[in-house]
Design a protein around this ligand. Structure first.
Ligand SMILES: [Zn+2]
Length: 179
């Protein structure tokens, strides 16, 4: 018998960005209201089962200091369960854009901070953020990963040089808790 993972190789490269966008929005809907209420960032990694295409999330982390949250990208498989593949990470920006951060002279980003983009590049993950006003952004790092025969693979070098700007999505994240 082939290994289970071998049975789904044909489906492994299917990847729908719109599906990922909606999944990230639903997760951000769950965490942005409380993040705004406490002023602390929240976030996690999105994992994908290459057999079923099913998306899941690692447990949500909450920042211990303002303006940062440690999503588990530095853990094995970015904190995703075995037999799933990390595909994206998401977090909240509960502070007003343009406000002062703890770092002298540094301002709250109106979309992704440089650190946010670095994480996306370093781990080949698509990044999502929800801002205080409910706007949602996607950043696709210049070096993207794709799934070839179930294996996470870096994009062709020639594509990697095309730097991409963050995209403001036409999705509004909930900013108030549901009763
Ligand atoms: Zn951020």
């Amino acid at each position: 018998m082939p290994d289970d993972a071998d049975l789904c190789l044909d489906k492994a490269s299917d990847f729908e960005l719109a599906t990922l966008d909606r999944y990230a929005k639903a997760r951000l809907d769950e965490i942005l209201p409380e993040s705004i209420a406490t002023g602390m960032e929240k976030g996690a990694v999105i994992c994908r089962d290459p057999c079923s295409g099913k998306l899941s999330t690692t447990p949500v982390r909450t920042g211990e200091t303002k303006h940062t949250v440690a999503v588990p990208t530095y853990e094995p498989n970015c904190g995703c369960p075995e037999r799933t593949v990390p595909v994206a990470y998401y977090h909240t920006h509960p502070s007003e854009a343009g406000g002062q951060t703890a770092v002298p002279g540094a301002r709250v980003a109106s979309d992704f901070s440089d650190d946010d983009k670095d994480i996306a590049r370093d781990y080949g993950l698509i990044a999502y953020i929800a801002q205080r006003d409910g706007s949602m952004w996607r950043y696709s790092p210049p070096v993207r990963v794709f799934f070839l025969n179930g294996v996470r693979t870096l994009q062709d070098e020639s594509d990697a040089r095309q730097a991409k700007e963050p995209v403001l999505l036409n999705l509004k994240v909930a900013t108030k808790a549901k009763r």
